[in-house]
Design a protein around this ligand. Structure first.
Ligand SMILES: [Zn+2]
Ligand SMILES: [Zn+2]
Length: 125
């Protein structure tokens, strides 16, 4: 099932790829405006939702409950400080092989996975 992407979805996807980090819908809305690619916040949310279903973006929830989106290219995991909320990306992915295994054993197309570590950063401990 390959859905046709709308122009808003394309713009958002290009922006997410160029940012190379996770961003909230709210900030994405501002980034688009800074680039003179204004679209309504509702459109931003709708487009993100559609891209998520297409397996193009991944969503993760921060410690403060905010959802942030990133392009699927980045299989990044984070160490998140429960005190100050700093989020440090780590370069390893320990579950890549597991993902392949699960796809096989469950006949399930895995779009992405999330894996996060919570604790105290150097500054806070
Ligand atoms: Zn901290
Ligand atoms: Zn991973």
């Amino acid at each position: 099932m390959k859905a046709q992407r709308t122009r808003s979805q394309e713009r958002i996807l290009i922006l997410l790829k160029s940012l190379n980090r996770s961003i909230s819908a709210q900030d994405l809305y501002i980034e688009l405006r800074n680039r003179e690619q204004d679209m309504g916040l509702a459109t931003v949310y709708r487009s993100l939702e559609a891209l998520k279903l297409q397996g193009e973006v991944q969503v993760r929830t921060l410690a403060n409950g905010e959802s942030v989106y990133s392009s699927l290219k980045s299989d990044r995991h984070h160490l998140t400080c429960v005190n100050c909320g700093v989020s440090l990306p780590i370069d390893e992915c320990p579950v890549h092989d597991l993902e392949k295994q699960l796809e096989k054993s469950h006949t399930f197309k895995v779009y992405y996975h999330t894996l996060e570590f919570f604790g105290l950063c150097q500054k806070c401990s």
